[in-house]
Write a protein that binds this ligand. Structure first.
Ligand code: F6P
Length: 502
């Protein structure tokens, strides 16, 4: 989500020391190999030429701070098509780029990952397009990632694989490197059985996950959905390896947001924003990747309903919608952008005056300080996804509200709703109910809002992203021990001719 320009300090040479005692030789190593679709930085084309910037999305913004005190090699795509980039070191992380051609991006990333798995795992909000050629590409790119990870991991080390793009990698990596402890974390929801069953390749995907020692999910509901499948016939029966399946709700670096919110620079910026928007007005804010799962259109329609009904006056409130460009090669995203822009235009056409918009809709990347200033300026944050793995924007808002003010309106369909029970919970599928709750948020008395915000801050402070990473990696260390014991028992029983343990 946060995007900032970054110059790369490293060179391929910087990686070499870490690569020397790889596969086969050398002592056991406690360093970590992260495997994710994107590297923490990506190459993008700008008018000025090709530049590196922080990769978009919650995965990178959450994971990076937790890696600071670890020795990490990160295997992932560097952005742009078909470009071979040598390994490089940046911000203390050894990056191993996996090249993707234009066809790979189209079939593996835009196709299978984002037009099949993404919509299906988000409750089939759009119909998944089940193309065989996309599946083939997904499989072969997963092999490519597994091979890169196998070559990068030190003997006896740990690999942490992330997200739906790489669900086959745990088993593929296990085949190549049985010495590793392997963890997998899914950042998006895991769907119920009747949706997952639509996939002609469901068995292969589950078998992929079974290669992991630990599989982590965002919520109990996701965990139950996966368990139901693993315990059924799709899971492969009783003699399969059983990964540890557990809920680990991802979070934010609470102190970083809090520190920024207290800084003079951000406070000044936030006050200036408020002045420009109208000091006496209620400021409503939405911050999202521009994605059809986020319910941006639902919230704009709810605001339109309130203005039309006169429940909110145009002079009284203003809605700021900060939308970060995302997956612009995918039709459904292009369509969603059109819908959002049309609605914002309609609202301003109907209720705006010269010099007084009722909606400010922006479609670009936002810097960290700019986001904190927006969060601090907003009286109400609208987080209204139709389905969301977690939603870190909700937690960022809470962490930024050092003044203990502000109202969080949060969809029941975001993973975050399971923890942030003191938010004002809403059902984005219910247009009238959503509008009514937004009106309640605008009118919420200060004392009640502060009490809610204090409670929310306690939760996010205590369950920050460091706790998430430490808990996951702690489980991986323990489960890896069990796995290693199981594997050596299996080897021993194979020698004596006993039946191998499952
Ligand atoms: O959480 C889902 C996710 O796909 C992450 O893997 C990623 O950080 C984010 O959304 C951004 O998406 P993309 O990598 O497709 O730009």
């Amino acid at each position: 989500m946060n995007s900032s320009e970054s110059a790369l300090a490293g060179s391929p040479g910087a990686l070499r020391t870490n690569l020397d005692h790889r596969a086969g030789g050398g002592p056991r190593d406690d360093s970590l190999v992260v495997v994710a679709n994107r590297l923490p930085v990506r190459r993008v084309r700008r008018k000025s030429g090709t530049v590196w910037e922080t990769s978009p999305g919650g995965l990178v913004s959450a994971l990076v701070p937790t890696l600071e005190r670890r020795r990490v090699t990160w295997v992932g795509w560097a952005g742009l098509k078909s470009r071979r980039t040598p390994p490089f070191r940046h911000d203390g992380i050894d990056n191993v780029p996996v090249p993707l051609s234009g066809d790979d991006v189209e079939a593996y990333y835009e196709g299978f990952s984002n037009r099949v798995l993404w919509p299906l795992f988000h409750g089939a909000l759009r119909a998944p397009e089940l193309r065989r050629s996309w599946w083939e590409a997904y499989r072969s790119i997963n092999v490519r990632f597994a091979e890169a990870a196998a070559a990068a991991a030190p003997r006896g080390g740990a690999a942490w694989i992330h997200d739906y793009h790489l669900m086959l990698v745990p088993a593929l990596l296990r085949e190549r490197r049985p010495d590793l402890r392997i963890g997998f974390f899914l950042h998006i929801p895991f769907p119920p059985e009747e949706l997952f069953a639509r996939l002609p390749w469901r068995r292969e995907l589950l078998a992929g996950l079974l290669g992991a020692d630990v599989v982590g999910l965002q919520t109990r509901r996701d965990e139950q959905n996966l368990r139901a499948l693993l315990e059924g016939t799709e899971g492969g029966g009783a003699d399969r390896r059983a990964p540890r399946v557990e809920t680990f709700p991802i979070s934010v670096d609470f102190e970083r947001w809090e520190r920024a919110a207290r800084s003079e620079k951000v406070r000044r910026r936030s006050a200036a924003l408020r002045r420009r928007l109208g000091t006496s007005k209620t400021i409503l804010l939405g911050v999202d990747r521009l994605d059809y799962t986020k319910g941006i259109d639902a919230r704009l329609r709810a605001f339109q309903r309130l203005l039309r009904e006169g429940a909110i006056a145009a002079e009284e409130a203003v809605l700021v919608q900060a939308a970060v460009p995302s997956r612009e090669g995918v039709t459904e995203y292009v369509e969603q952008r059109r819908v959002v822009e049309r609605l914002a235009g309609e609202l301003n056409g109907e209720f705006g005056e010269i010099g007084r918009a009722v909606v400010h809709s922006m479609h670009r990347n936002f810097g960290f300080d700019e986001l904190v200033a927006l969060y601090l300026a907003a009286d109400v944050l609208l987080v209204t996804p139709l389905r969301d793995g977690m939603n870190l924007v909700a937690k960022e808002y809470v962490a930024s509200r050092v003044d203990e003010r502000g109202v969080l309106v949060l969809s029941e369909f975001a993973g975050a709703a399971a923890e942030l029970t003191d938010a004002m919970l809403v059902n984005p599928f219910d247009p009238e109910g959503l509008a009514a709750r937004i009106a309640d948020a605008v009118r919420a008395p200060d004392a009640a809002s502060s009490a809610r915000m204090r409670a929310l801050r306690r939760v996010v402070r205590e369950r920050d992203v460091f706790r998430w990473a430490d808990t996951f990696l702690g489980r991986l260390a323990a489960a890896g021990g069990d796995g290693a014991r199981r594997r050596s028992r299996r080897a021993a029983s194979a020698e004596t001719g006993d039946a191998a343990e499952g």
